[in-house]
Design a binder for this molecule. Structure first.
Ligand SMILES: O=C(O)c1cc(=O)[nH]c(=O)n1[C@@H]1O[C@H](COP(=O)(O)O)[C@@H](O)[C@H]1O
Length: 239
């Protein structure tokens, strides 16, 4: 996977999910399976998407005691997906347990799924951090220290807003993966997302990968919008 644009398949209806994917039959797309789709369709959807040739980021955001996360990661590794995530707020021991579980569950000769940690959700701002979560410090510094913790635990990267990528790369190195949701074609339509950027801004800020959901899943011509956003992301002319 090189600079993926993960399409977030946030659907709760198999027919609608399949209908959406039909638009992309001639494209090699990377997909994200989140809680809504996974809880609705289960492991069968993973098999179906793999058979269709998609790279899969399974976004279940594990956050539990180390033993539970370790055992769950063993199960997820058997699904042979490309990437999976946890919440960094679970702490270093939990993240180390997650990596160990993934390694233990990866079949011989197969590649371990990449593991990334959510630093602070892109729907969070500094005021919420302070007033509701009682986390002190600037949002950027909190995101960076969570990224540092994830790196120390041996993870491959983090989920963050593209806005924090330059600082994370400074602290964790340029090869530490940054997957950035909160992507909009026009940043004035952000809905519940707070730390949003356009695909071109994410590229300029140095994101490794981006996640795009509703900008594609709620439009009439998702293929056209995908091509437009992907060209913007890759910095190439629209085909
Ligand atoms: O881990 C994620 O993928 C994630 C982390 C985060 O901080 N923010 C975030 O929006 N996401 C996911 O990225 C997708 C963004 O969807 P849209 O806002 O519709 O583009 C959703 O599936 C979210 O669950």
């Amino acid at each position: 996977m090189q600079n993926p644009l993960f399409i977030a398949l946030d659907f709760n209806h198999r027919g609608k999910r399949r209908q959406f994917l039909e638009h992309f039959q001639d494209e090699q797309i990377d997909v994200k399976v989140g809680m809504e789709l996974f809880y609705r369709e289960g492991v069968k959807v993973i098999e179906e998407l793999k058979d269709a040739g998609h790279e899969i980021f399974l976004d279940l955001k594990l956050h539990d005691i180390p033993n539970t996360v370790n055992r769950t990661m063993r199960v997820l590794a058997e699904m042979e997906i490309s990437m999976v995530n946890v919440h960094a707020a679970g702490g270093q021991v939990m993240m180390e347990a997650a990596i160990e579980g993934l390694e233990a569950g990866t079949r011989p000769g197969k590649e371990r799924p990449k593991l990334i940690a959510v630093t602070q959700l892109t729907s969070t701002n500094e005021e919420m951090l302070k007033q509701q979560l009682h986390i002190e410090g600037s949002l950027e510094s909190v995101v960076c220290s969570y990224a540092q913790l994830a790196k120390e635990a041996g993870l491959d990267g983090v989920v963050c807003s593209a806005k924090e990528v330059p600082l994370i790369q400074k602290g964790c190195g340029a090869d530490f993966l940054t997957v950035t949701p909160g992507i909009r074609r026009h940043t004035d339509h952000h809905g519940d997302q707070i730390r949003v950027v356009t695909p071109a801004e994410a590229r300029a800020l140095g994101s490794w990968g981006i996640v795009v959901g509703r900008s594609l899943t709620t439009v009439n011509d998702p293929l056209h919008v995908y091509k437009e956003m992907n060209a913007d992301w890759k910095g190439v002319a629209l085909r």
